[in-house]
Design a protein around this ligand. Structure first.
Ligand code: BGC
Length: 893
């Protein structure tokens, strides 16, 4: 049989990345082979500097030769270390399990960015006018006319800003990225973008332009005054043009550029944007524009931070949403309902009188009197202003802000606007959608929808808590709680690789990790985020390793984890942490739990949580050490984990199996992290179940306990209780918000209730992904699709669906690094039918949900006789790649 060429070639998770700075990029590909048992036994990669050479196999930069290996993901490029700006074309061919050779794949490429600071040569430039901590100045536009002496063969724009930029060439926007270059801890690093701009340039006169917003560098972050990192936005750019005659022309940002203020009067991420169309400067980004009134830019000193290539997916306008109804007259203006709590901006399309400003306000919820509910936005103004030029129908989309909203209110318009006056433009890091979950319960499907939208709305370059109020911060606790679910819904490897770097940049000299990353205020530098927040450092690194098989992410992060665990160890007393009066952070507790206690931290002792996460991080570090082949470290941390476990038992566990505090979260943590003696697990589990039942089948846990709760119930044989919690429609429950029309996950179980109305307005977000962590359980347990941590990156899958509750059907799909995996089941009468797809070059353990009442068949044959299936025991099969349909008799327990 003919073997197809490998496909979906990726370099560092990306398709043909332009501008990377990874010294030895990793290459991945997928086999295009649906046959049972399809796998790779060998590969050969070759690379060349020119496509022609690659095809001819001449002048190769690298030829791996035939490598006997089944590795098809993260294969390190083996050619000489690529130089700055070098482009490598590469392709791969594989040999299958029968030794048949595939054709060469289509070529792919990667291109290096500027690897040394000196390569830039450019200077930082800015406007002379500066705002203050509470006052802003209009947004600077910058321009530079250039003449090119011949036709253009190739051109690259290397560009970044302290602040956010939009680049223009000859009247056209460069690229599609928004809010570039995103958010990093600027004293340490800023990322740059690279664009192929050959097609925007021409022989003769050209103009390079840029608009510079405040962004995270000098605009409002949180509720702090402006200018946390610097006083004004700055631009750094290098345009490199290769002419057809082989000569090179380079244009740098320097003192010869000019700047002016234009129609963008204000732009702030939290506050919003103001645009006066009467002040537009037609042609400012084109040759021939009269810039005699513009001022020279000011060159600024280099602040010395690292310039690093963009790693994760950039932020983009990913989709658009139309209002679900005609606008209606609300209490203060025209109300548009987009039907979805979203993050981004509104594109306005109106016909207005010159100078008559339209105010655009945003909110997630409406008040009973038909006014926008903006109290929960706190100091975030979340308001944009557009002043028409009076030129008929005008369209405007803000550039340098974003809001979290479902409802839009337009003020300043007398007549009923058209429905298309408002379009929701959704912005987030442009992650590939990889997962899908669906089942027979509509409410649960809506829950999954809400989880996905929580992810979209809160993955804007950093994982944030919420996108609407004056916070929008990279809370570490929230991110670690949600990361597993995030990995199912979308490809987040690049996103989190970048954020792990942010963690390293935020790490204190003693090994502490703050509660917020990137650090939003200088005061947070070197601070300790406390249990379950700071532990994001170990949890996220290990999760990315397990989900994507990314050993390098682990390697790069290892020392940071070591230092963090050393910090925990040095502040522990007798292997216990966070005692009252300990003198360091006790953290946030089981944030927002509903089990009593003071404030919002719940009743679970902070000391217990502190010790649990000390154990957990130590255990994860041991796993990391094992994976990296550091056996000595591994056994040291394994021993330390045992000691913490003993100390935990001595201090918190009674001989009868009660865990101090007796909250649901106490039991969940002790069970999930194996901190109890085996003999006491039953008793502890019984306490957990008793508490849930006593509350009328309701949970009471907060951010920390909730994410593990359903897993603990499943692991210890109480999946029925987990299903009962899932089906619960009264608060606190996942479905309560769904029954209230939620389209995202709420921060609080009781964000709004019939009897109390809105929760505390000081902290009540309706788009907070933490409780969306149930998503992992939906994929893994309800549909039954998961990774085997022993063979990370889905090299070996664990298919273990556990039908339950009233569900009659569930299915999940995940695009793994190897290809699409599926697990789905359906109960029809007395039959259970399972459909499983195992990607090529992987294998899977398939657990038939039991007790198996009859023989298991595969496509009609006894499973044991089916091609690709080996029977391990009555319930367990081991299968090769391919598609399978299993059936068994099903009896409701
Ligand atoms: C954030 C959280 C965060 C918490 C920590 C809140 O203001 O919104 O999600 O984890 O503070 O206490």
């Amino acid at each position: 049989m003919k073997v197809s060429a490998p496909e979906r070639l990726r370099c560092e998770y990306r398709v043909n990345p332009l501008g990377i700075d990874v010294a030895q990029p990793r290459l991945s590909w997928q086999l295009r082979d649906k046959r049972r048992g399809a796998r790779q036994t060998a590969y050969r990669v070759r690379a060349a500097g020119r496509p022609g050479d690659l095809e001819a196999g001449d002048n190769l930069l690298w030829d791996s030769g035939r490598v006997e290996s089944d590795q098809s993901v993260h294969v390190p490029y083996g050619g000489p270390a690529p130089a700055s700006k070098q482009r490598c074309y590469w392709q791969v061919r594989t040999w299958d399990e029968g030794g048949a050779e595939s054709p060469w794949s289509d070529p792919a490429w990667f291109e290096m960015g500027l690897l040394d600071r000196e390569d830039w040569e450019a200077e930082w430039i800015a406007s002379s006018l500066v705002g203050g901590p509470r006052t802003t100045v209009p947004v600077p536009y910058m321009r530079k006319d250039i003449a090119l002496d011949g036709a253009v063969a190739a051109a690259r724009l290397y560009i970044t800003a302290l602040g956010v930029f939009e680049a223009h060439i000859n009247g056209r926007r460069v690229g599609e990225d928004v809010l570039a270059p995103g958010w990093t801890y600027f004293p340490k690093q800023v990322r740059y973008h690279v664009y192929d701009v050959a097609r925007l340039l021409k022989k003769g006169d050209n103009t390079l332009g840029a608009i510079l917003g405040d962004g995270w560098y000098c605009g409002h972050i949180e509720k702090l005054p402006r200018q946390v990192h610097g006083d004004r936005p700055k631009l750094l750019a290098r345009l490199e043009v290769e002419l057809k005659d082989g000569t090179k022309q380079v244009v740098l940002s320097d003192g010869t550029w000019k700047t002016c203020f234009g129609p963008l009067l204000e732009a702030d991420l939290i506050m919003g944007e103001a645009y006066d169309a009467r002040l537009e400067m037609p042609g400012w980004d084109r040759p021939g524009f009269d810039d005699s009134g513009w001022l020279p830019v000011k060159t600024m000193p280099d602040e010395g931070m690292d310039l690093v290539a963009y790693r994760g997916p950039a932020m983009r306008c990913v989709e658009e949403i139309k209002p679900v109804a005609k606008p209606r007259k609300g209490r203060h203006g025209w109300i548009f309902d987009l039907g979805q709590n979203m993050v981004g901006v509104v594109r306005l399309k109106i016909e207005g009188a010159a100078g008559k400003t339209v105010t655009i306000r945003h909110a997630e919820m409406m008040n009973p009197d038909d006014s926008l509910h903006t109290e929960n936005l706190r100091t975030a103004r979340a308001t944009d202003y557009y002043t028409p030029a009076g030129n008929g129908v005008e369209e405007w989309t803000p550039r340098f802000t974003f809001h979290g909203f479902r409802y839009v209110e337009l003020q300043g318009i007398r007549e009923q606007p058209r429905r298309d006056a408002v379009t929701g433009v959704v912005i987030h890091s442009d992650m590939e959608s990889t997962g899908r979950f669906k089942c027979s319960d509509k409410l649960v499907n809506q829950l999954q929808h809400n989880i996905r939208w929580g992810q979209k709305g809160n993955f804007l370059d950093v994982p944030t808590d919420c996108p609407q109020r004056d916070e929008r911060l990279g809370w570490t606790g929230d991110a670690q709680v949600f990361i597993r679910t995030a990995c199912f819904n979308m490809e987040v490897a690049g996103f989190f690789t970048k954020w792990l770097q942010d963690i390293r940049d935020a790490e204190g000299p003693e090994g502490t990790v703050p509660s917020i990353v990137p650090i939003s205020a200088p005061g947070l530098a070197g601070s300790d985020g406390g249990p379950a927040w700071a532990d994001a450092t170990t949890i996220c690194a290990l999760t990315i390793y397990e989900e994507y098989g990314d050993l390098r992410a682990l390697e790069e992060h290892y020392d940071c984890m070591v230092r963090y665990v050393a910090y925990q160890s040095s502040t522990a007393r007798d292997y216990l942490r966070c005692r009252d009066g300990c003198g360091y952070s006790q953290g946030f507790g089981d944030w927002l739990a509903l089990d009593g206690g003071e404030g919002w931290s719940g009743r679970t002792h902070k000391e217990l949580i502190g010790t649990v996460f000390f154990a957990r991080s130590t255990q994860l570090l041991a796993q990391a050490a094992r994976a990296l082949g550091k056996a000595r470290d591994a056994s040291r941390y394994e021993k330390q984990y045992e000691k913490i476990r003993k100390a935990f038992q001595k201090r918190f566990v009674t001989p009868g199996g009660l865990v101090a505090g007796q909250t649901q979260t106490c039991y969940v943590l002790a069970l999930h992290f194996d901190l109890l003696p085996e003999s006491l697990r039953e008793a502890a589990l019984a306490e957990l179940v008793r508490d849930i039942e006593k509350r009328g089948m309701k949970l009471s846990s907060g951010f920390v306990g909730t994410s593990y709760l359903p897993h603990v119930l499943t692991r210890f044989g109480k999946t029925d209780i987990a299903y009962a919690l899932l089906a619960q429609e009264e608060w606190p429950s996942w479905l309560y918000a769904v029954t209230q029309g939620a389209t995202t996950i709420w921060e609080r179980w009781d964000g709004w209730t019939h009897d109390k109305g809105f929760q505390d307005k000081a902290m009540n977000s309706f788009n907070h992904y933490a409780y969306g962590a149930i998503g992992e359980w939906l994929y893994r347990t309800v549909a039954g699709l998961g990774v085997d941590p022993a063979k990370p990156g889905y090299k070996h899958l664990v298919i273990r669906p556990l039908p339950g509750g009233k569900l009659t059907h569930a299915e999940a799909e995940l695009r793994t690094m190897y290809g699409i995996a599926k697990s789905g089941w359906r109960i029809k009468g007395k039959k259970l039918r399972m459909e499983v797809v195992v990607p090529p070059n992987t294998t899977a353990a398939v657990h038939i949900p039991g007790p198996v009442a009859g023989k298991v068949t595969e496509s009609g044959k006894p499973a044991g006789d089916a091609d690709g299936v080996s029977v391990v025991d009555e319930n367990t099969l081991e299968v090769t790649a391919g598609s399978y349909v299993f059936e068994t008799r099903w009896e409701d327990k």
